[in-house]
Design a protein around this ligand. Structure first.
Ligand code: AMP
Length: 614
């Protein structure tokens, strides 16, 4: 419980909030009614891209601005709903011409360029499954994900292709068509690729959108677990009902809003709220091609008349570093609602919004598997700074404890920690991890989906984030699986074993830190540290690679041979080691040895601003 409350903010001229009375909205809510606010097709089918674009393009909002793209170099490209509809039809026709059938997976690795948005919408129209990849990934995470997803089509740029795909193309036998947006000065396309703009130029602007069943797969988003390979969470076309309603209720989206979601579509937020939700709600969405830059962001908020802004704690903290005065140089008369997601938003950051913009920042919570916002601080309710807020209408959330027999027991005492669980049945819930039924089944106990997050619920029903129940790392809002990073180290001839943890960081939330034991014959020198850091960075890309490395003669392991990351972390942070009864032998403290003791931060790099807020 806390007495610290920020009263609701409503300024003269603001439209009435979409959710005015929380209790009433919960009581009256039904997913059937939410579905009825969309169009669908008469045969009971529904297609995300039809709801997002064509529904508006075929009606009175056809000439409303759907997407304003801000190029890195100052170029601006505008698309009305009609234009976005026609461009995505062209892309769907390209797939048709190439003989790509519905159900095939189309990967997109393109940075935030207009063609990415067009390709996602066009592929959905064709009934293909779309998987956007983060362009800061290195070749290794791309190879793993495209292999799991059996990607048949890839949309990318020439420069990304040369750097990241060409070296692994021979490992992707399912990949048949590479559609290139040419972004280099000469005219030479890489071998075995096709120029997308030319193909689209030849294609018709009309297309019969596939009438997809609500349960037909639409999106494939990769996320990470503690062990094993990344998990491909499958989402279906029916999820659009949740994309629509959560945008309205949690982000207070109105038709005339100018909405800016700063997330990259390579992460789930950048698709659910960086593409689908604003379009379904008929708003104008801003897409900025450039990486984080505080001054640029203030300019965009002001110059583009952004009214609803959805961002991430790392970005907020980076802006805070410049001081509220930098924000207060401008005025933002149109800005009405600010929300954040992805990591804990500390109370100072919530309040900094008031200093900088005259508006508090509303934290909300969800994850790749939930497909949409589940818990939020709403426009019409007071904020409890530091809390994730209240469950959305239509969402049952609880704090539970796992029992030995696989069932769960509710933790009913207010403020007591447990695992955050959600009652299954909302439309954007993931329908599986691709090819990993057992892993999927393990996420559920009866009717409850277990989120893997530890939280508590106060006496008024507000949820508070406590931490992850597993070892995954949240760095600059990106979920990183330690196993993927450890595996990259293991490919280096000097590495005997590697253990990776998240180390608290004031800006990025956590940074990735690796502990490495070397094979006999290799010395823990600063030169080797630098080499290893560069080696994994080349493989994994800057968003995933560790910022720090420390050497140890060996790493603490369980008797069954699993590296005890929990112990590495406790030792790194100087915390109690907890139960070590399953530990093999007497492994020396990994952070107190060898080279790391003399220079624990050799190899540390500053927080990567490039990867913030996606
Ligand atoms: P992802 O699947 O990459 O979107 O990451 C989801 C995870 O991010 C959640 O399971 C949480 O651990 C974390 N997360 C998301 N939103 C919040 C929030 N508002 N506060 C704290 N952690 C969050």
């Amino acid at each position: 419980m806390t007495d610290d409350v920020i009263p609701k903010t409503r300024r003269p001229g603001d439209p009435p909030p979409q959710l005015e009375d929380y209790a009433l909205a919960r009581e009256r809510f039904s997913w059937t009614a939410a579905r009825a606010s969309l169009e669908g097709f008469p045969d009971g089918t529904i297609n995300i891209a039809h709801e997002a674009v064509d529904r508006h393009a075929l009606g009175p909002r056809a000439n409303h601005l759907a997407l304003r793209w801000l190029g890195r170099d100052g170029t601006v490209r505008d698309f009305t709903y009609r234009e976005l509809s026609e461009a995505s039809n062209r892309f769907a026709n390209v797939l048709d011409e190439l003989g790509v059938p519905p159900g095939d997976t189309v990967f997109v690795l393109a940075g935030r360029i207009p063609e990415l948005y067009i390709a996602v919408l066009g592929a959905l129209k064709r009934g293909c499954v779309v998987s956007p990849l983060f362009s800061a990934f290195g070749p290794e995470p791309i190879r793993t994900r495209m292999t799991i997803g059996a990607g048949r089509v890839l949309v990318t740029t020439t420069s990304l292709y040369r750097k990241k795909i060409a070296p692994i193309r021979q490992d992707l036998p399912a990949l048949k068509h590479v559609l290139i947006v040419h972004d280099e000065p000469d005219n030479e396309l890489p071998l075995h690729t096709m120029e997308l703009r030319t193909l689209m130029g030849w294609s018709p602007t009309t297309f019969d959108v596939r009438h997809t069943r609500p349960e037909e797969p639409a999106l494939l988003h990769f996320t990470s677990g503690t062990t094993g390979r990344p998990k491909g969470a499958v989402h279906v076309h029916g999820a659009v009902v949740a994309h629509a309603i959560t945008g309205r209720l949690a982000l207070d989206l109105h038709e005339d809003d100018v909405f800016w979601c700063t997330a990259d579509p390579g992460w789930v937020t950048g698709t659910s709220y960086g593409i689908v939700s604003p379009l379904v709600n008929g708003a104008t969405m801003i897409v900025d091609e450039a990486d984080f830059d505080a001054a640029r962001w203030y300019d965009i908020l002001r110059d583009q008349n952004v009214s609803v802004w959805y961002t991430a704690p790392t970005a907020v903290r980076m802006m805070m570093k410049g001081g509220a005065a930098a924000a207060a140089q401008h005025s933002y008369p149109k800005l009405r609602f600010i929300a954040s997601v992805g990591e804990p938003l500390n109370p100072q950051a919530v309040r900094w919004g008031i200093e900088a913009f005259g508006l508090p920042i509303h934290d909300n919570w969800w994850q790749t598997e939930t497909g949409g916002i589940m818990i939020a601080n709403f426009a019409a309710l007071p904020i409890r700074p530091g809390s994730m807020g209240l469950p959305l209408p239509g969402i049952e959330a609880a704090i539970v404890r796992r029992l030995d027999d696989g069932s769960v027991a509710a933790v009913d005492t207010p403020d007591q920690e447990g695992e955050l669980a959600l009652k299954r049945g909302w439309p954007s819930m993931f329908r599986g991890y691709l090819g990993e039924d057992e892993r999927y089944r393990k996420c559920f106990s009866g009717d409850w989906y277990l989120t893997g997050d530890l939280a508590r619920c106060d006496a008024d029903g507000y949820f508070w984030f406590v931490g992850r129940a597993d070892d995954v790392i949240k760095s600059s809002g990106h979920l990183i699986g330690p196993f993927e990073v450890e595996s990259a180290f293991m490919d280096h001839p000097a590495v005997a074993e590697a253990g990776v943890i998240g180390k608290p960081d004031p800006v990025a939330g956590e940074i990735v830190k690796a502990f490495v034991a070397l094979k006999p014959g290799f010395d823990a020198t600063p030169a080797l540290e630098r080499e290893l850091l560069a080696f994994v960075r080349r493989k994994l890309g800057p968003a995933v690679a560790p910022k720090e490395i420390a050497f140890a003669p060996s790493l603490p392991k369980t008797r069954s041979g699993k590296i005890m990351r929990r112990l590495l972390k406790a030792r790194e942070l100087g915390l109690p080691e907890g139960d070590t009864s399953t530990m093999e032998g007497d492994a020396p403290a990994a952070n107190g040895v060898a080279h790391a003791a003399a220079s624990p931060h050799v190899g540390s790099a500053p927080t990567d601003p490039e990867s913030a807020a996606r």
